[in-house]
Design a protein around this ligand. Structure first.
Ligand code: MSP
Length: 523
């Protein structure tokens, strides 16, 4: 039987911005999921990249006196560097300025044009010449037909553009939403989109003529394809689906449709309505799920350039240096805005999470169990005459729930499955008091069973936590069974009792107790 395919994508990020917590967040979420699916033996394709065309890039480049391509090259390189700094395991990184992407976008748009879903139309409206912007009749009236910036009168202007016949897909989209109640997650977001969809859809312009930094429309190059249309296609151009006979498609076509497009809430309309309609027009399958998360805010306020409160790369690197990369990933995946509420990033909350979850629970549990096996059994896993007691069932159930949560992209809930096992182990240790049992040799078999059960369970918790904290959990796996256990396929690795009696168990110091980051001397 061939492995199940698992495909996940991040938005592709604008190159006129520097990488910050928002980019780190979405990409880390996808990374956790991709690692979980790889752990389960699935054939994963995890895609991220950069969105490099459009007026904004053209303008930022002009402001710096460099070409848009030079700006794009510089910032795409920075995004790539940051991805590897974050230990992200993406399988491809697509840039929209790559020939493979540009070629396919043109081919796809050509197909849409030939199929009648794209047509040349004329637009007439109130135009602000200074701002290069059109206003609706209502807005123009409100402005007294004057530019709000320059005060100059708005002019009647017409423009020819290519349009995408979005209005033709209203019924099919509504039907798709009705048939797939989990198409957009969380469900409140699906309702939002559906509400707006019911208000009706208008055809949308998909080309511009007021700038040149983009992909030319096939056979009419003074029209440039609008950056959003160009960008959305990345999800299939990376798989080669715009060139069905090409090499990429031969290797990667099995990865469509994607299981998840993970995005921020602000770009949901494009992903939940425009993108599915484009795919419908191309007669291609739609992605299975779109997960729209909310936003990180900082100390209760929206992050913005003007407030200068962005959790930017240097700040993030400060957290890496102090708490380590895995602690950062843990905070992102378990405390972030995965559902409909924004999450507040604060140094205090980060520190509390680190201390409670990682120092006091994961680290402490692993170190306690390792230390006792060291002390009472010379570092070798003792026999369990009780055959696991309640633990095999507890571990199986935690693993089953972990799978369900991962499949549903409920990452924080999946993380809890691992943490809860460790909390239960802690509770058992506190209850049974092995250090007291050890005082009487008659208790040795009981002590052996308890510590075997602890070790077997800690190992399984470590497997469940591995996608979140790959390097720390690799250290844990070294101490609990080592390569013999790790090399096994998922079914074996995730099964209780996989560590044989007699194998080495070591005491580990995974997460040191630390001072809060804010109290460090600066500089
Ligand atoms: N280029 C478009 C996306 C095209 S996808 C076909 C774009 N790029 S972006 O650089 O602005 O990145 C937006 C994404 O960054 C959001 O959708 C989200 O994934 C992430 N975030 C940006 N700010 C964020 C927060 N404050 N919090 C969490 N994530 C946010 O839009």
């Amino acid at each position: 039987m061939s492995a199940k395919h698992a495909t996940i994508t991040t938005p592709i990020y604008y190159v006129n911005d520097r990488p910050h917590i928002g980019h780190a967040y979405t990409t880390t979420l996808c990374d956790v999921w991709a690692r979980a699916m790889r752990l389960r033996g699935q054939c994963v394709f995890f895609l991220t990249g950069t969105d490099e065309h459009g007026v904004k890039v053209e303008k930022s480049a002009a402001a710096r006196g460099i070409t848009p391509r030079a700006l794009a090259d510089e910032n795409a390189a920075e995004f790539k560097r940051v991805m590897s700094l974050f230990g992200l395991s993406n399988d491809d990184f697509i840039r929209t300025t790559e020939p493979r992407h540009e070629r396919q976008v043109q081919a796809l748009v050509k197909r849409l044009h030939e199929g009648g879903s794209v047509y040349l139309g004329t637009f007439e409206g109130w135009y602000d010449e200074g701002q290069e912007e059109y206003y609706t009749e209502t807005k123009a009236k409100e402005l007294n037909y004057q530019s709000p910036m320059t005060g100059r009168p708005l002019v009647r202007a017409t423009e020819q553009n290519y349009y995408f016949r979005l209005s033709a897909f209203q019924d099919r989209l509504q039907q798709h939403f009705a048939d797939h109640p989990k198409f957009v997650q969380p469900s409140a977001r699906q309702n939002e989109v559906l509400g707006r969809l019911r208000e009706g859809l208008q055809d949308v312009p998909i080309t511009r003529t007021n700038f040149t930094w983009g992909i030319p429309f096939p056979d009419n190059p003074q029209h440039v394809i609008y950056v959003w249309i160009d960008a959305l296609f990345n999800y299939i151009t990376a798989l080669g689906l715009g060139e069905p006979d090409g090499d990429a498609a031969r290797d990667r076509a099995c990865h469509w449709p994607a299981d998840f497009h993970v995005i921020g809430k602000e770009i949901l309309w494009f992903h939940a309505v425009i993108w599915p309609a484009l795919l419908m027009a191309l007669e291609m399958p739609l992605p299975k799920r779109i997960h729209a998360h909310s936003f990180w805010i900082a100390d209760g306020q929206k992050m913005s350039k003007s407030l200068n409160n962005f959790i930017d790369l240097p700040t993030i690197e400060g957290y890496f240096a102090h708490y380590g990369l895995d602690a950062w990933r843990w905070y992102m995946a378990t405390q972030g805005p995965l559902t409909t509420t924004d999450a507040d990033f604060s140094a205090r909350h980060f520190h509390e999470t680190y201390t409670n979850d990682l120092v006091n629970t994961v680290g402490n549990c692993a170190s306690r169990v390792g230390a006792m096996i060291g002390k009472y059994f010379g570092g070798m896993l003792p026999e369990d005459a009780e055959r696991g007691g309640p633990w095999p069932e507890r571990c199986t159930s935690a693993t089953r729930q972990w799978i369900e949560h991962m499949d549903a992209f409920e990452l924080a809930a999946a993380a809890r499955c691992g943490i809860d096992l460790l909390r239960q182990i802690d509770a058992m240790i506190n209850e049974t008091e092995p250090f007291k049992l050890a005082k009487d040799p008659a208790n040795l078999p009981r002590l052996a069973s308890i510590l075997n059960q602890c070790a077997q369970t800690v190992r399984i918790a470590g497997v469940l936590l591995e996608p979140f904290m790959p390097s720390k959990m690799s250290a844990l796996a070294d101490g609990f069974g080592g390569d013999a256990c790790r090399a096994s396929p998922w079914e074996v690795r995730s099964a209780y009792g996989h560590m044989p009696a007699g194998c080495a168990v070591t005491k580990l110091a995974l997460f040191p107790r630390l001072e809060p980051i804010g109290k460090l001397p600066v500089g």
